[in-house]
Design a binder for this molecule. Sequence first.
Ligand SMILES: Cc1ncc(COP(=O)(O)O)c(C=O)c1O
Length: 378
Amino acid sequence: MSFPLDLDLETLRRRRSEKWVSYPADVLPLFVAESDVAPAPPIAELLSAAVANGDFGYSADADGLRDVVSQYYTRFGVEAAPGDVMPVYDVGVGVRAVLREFLTPGAKVVHHVPVYMPFPAWIRRSGHEPVGVPFAEDGSINLPAIEREFESGARAILLCHPHNPSGRIHPQSELAELASLADSYGAIVVSDEIWAPMALPGHEFRSFLAASNTARKVGFAISSASKTWNLAGLKCAWVVTGNRAQYTLPPYLAGACGHLGSLAARTALTEGEPWREELIAALGENVDLLGRLLEEHLPEARWTRPESTYVAWVDLRAYPALGDNPAKRFLSEAKVALSPGAAFGEGGAGFVRINFACNPELLTAAVERIGEVARGAV
Ligand SMILES: Cc1ncc(COP(=O)(O)O)c(C=O)c1O
């Protein structure tokens, strides 16, 4: 069992976040993208001091965060000035703000399917029309399908990079082609990079903005410390604008950033690297473990090892008795909560998403339990 994924169930059940209150105590929760990590020590110290001091006021840290994010993004191949960074409340707010500011109301916005569930809702809430396109047969970005949508009037693509739920890090060559395509239609590319610091062992993440000069011209990268350091409830994210001369976001966005979220994010990016490395090593071990467990308990399951994220996208269609929604049966019969594939849109029926950012003992128990249901399924 390796730090920081070594917390036991009793400790975790004292949490009151979504992962731990959504189901009764006999259910193992491996659904929502929260991780079961012990907090990074510098963040825990920062937050304990803030609590002791009642430091719960408004955030006044936008400039500090801008400096830190602009430096941090160099590791993803992007030279951004602090002024290119806009702190925002969360990634969803950042996505909606960009779409609202820079697209004509009602314009079509393309996204791949299956994808992180709120994408179509975010697009609708910004006053636009979502259009889902499947990935190409080989799993790559579907440039011909995207071009067809641009031809019929779409003016933006909302990219998930790395992709949730598949964990794919899109190669820079594909991103450069996407950038050229978008540019030729006067479209923008909004790259949700919330999982950027989570490349798994053997993989490297580079931002969409690093793909080419054209990518910078048409692109926005939106990221946060919230997935990697498990800070989602503290509310802080940021937009990195590739082309600030053309696209300027309204400064009021920074005012809604969570005060503790901003301080914690800054600490994560400046002092959280040793902890992040330990997390990535532990997750690498969990991916290997998950592979072995699937082979043993669900031998007909198909999956591609994720290159990033802490979620695995598992195809269970070779178990027809489990039906279109295996997660439903796993919940009622195995007392294991997974994310149902269909929630990720077209192409997701018969799949489940497994969150493997947990103690290996929990992961083992969960896969053993769902394996038993799959074996007995009629
Ligand atoms: C791709 C992606 N974007 C955004 C989010 C959520 O971001 P936020 O809570 O900052 O809106 C998640 C959460 O899992 C995610 O996977």
